[in-house]
Design a protein around this ligand. Structure first.
Ligand SMILES: C[S@@+](CC[C@H](N)C(=O)[O-])C[C@H]1O[C@@H](n2cnc3c(N)ncnc32)[C@H](O)[C@@H]1O
Length: 245
């Protein structure tokens, strides 16, 4: 029997109590829906290929990665948080821009993803990797100047997505930036609309939420951003949101 995104989401509430310092459990949605992409050793072996990541994004990986990086500037002399590992060279590109004062923290809930990222990075005192759940971060309020969420929210059930956004806001300083890159509802004239609908429905049960609702609608209702700018590309299939807290 087919389940609606809402009923599937209700099955997967945030797994980890807010701000607990113990190692987080692997959320149920990752174990049940995404084990083949992120948790199985063969997944890392298969997907850790630049061309494949690029193919999954219809040739747009570099473009979308560079959109996010452009928000940080050519030299990064600020404290940056990357929420969740990304296949390909996303993190290495941030690392390459770090200035003497720059700091990069990356969190992921899956140990295999942290280990994989560690292998991709040269040892660097300015970079720290942490095992944390995006919906219950361990960092103090206002710890970062910029926080990045690259194709994470569409993978999360609604309750987790809301908690992840609330945490991203909490750990970013007032006046700092939250940069989100993710799926968006494509234009009706975009021929990939129908192909992507099938792919996402079959493989990514929470992703169609982002076709139906604005990401802004998942922000805490009490949050009043200094600014929120959304742009879309590739026939609206992808969006970038830049929030100044
Ligand atoms: C950023 S998302 C998708 C990125 C993109 N599809 C790619 O090319 O890698 C994938 C990562 O999110 C992580 N992840 C998913 N849910 C998480 C959570 N609640 N907390 C922290 N990391 C999470 C997964 O372990 C995985 O490493």
């Amino acid at each position: 029997m087919k389940q609606s995104a809402e009923s599937v989401a209700a099955l997967y509430p945030p797994a980890n109590p807010p701000h607990s310092k113990i190692d987080p459990a692997i959320p149920e949605y990752l174990q049940k829906v995404y084990w083949w992409a992120y948790l199985h050793p063969n997944a890392v072996r298969l997907f850790e290929r630049e061309w494949l990541v690029n193919l999954i994004l219809w040739g747009n990986f570099s473009r979308l990665r560079d959109l996010a990086l452009a928000e940080l500037g050519d030299t990064i002399d600020q404290r940056v948080l990357q929420v969740a590992c990304v296949y390909g060279d996303f993190t290495q590109r941030i690392a390459a821009r770090l200035g003497a004062q720059g700091r990069l923290d990356v969190v992921d809930v899956a140990p295999i993803q942290i280990d994989n990222l560690r292998r991709k990075l040269a040892s660097d005192d300015r970079i720290r990797l942490h095992r944390q759940d995006s919906s219950a971060l361990h960092f103090a309020d206002a710890s970062f100047d910029s926080t990045l969420l690259f194709f994470l929210l569409h993978e999360q059930p609604e309750a987790v997505r809301r908690a992840t956004l609330a945490e991203a806001i909490r750990v970013t300083r007032p006046g700092g930036k939250i940069v989100i890159v993710d799926y968006h509802s494509p234009k009706r004239s975009n021929p990939l609309r129908y192909v992507m609908k099938g792919i996402l429905k079959a493989l990514e049960p929470f992703a169609c939420d982002l076709w139906q609702k604005e990401i802004a609608s998942y922000l805490p209702s009490s949050f009043k951003p200094e600014s929120l700018v959304k742009s879309t590309c590739f026939g609206d299939l992808y969006q970038e949101i830049v929030i100044i807290r």
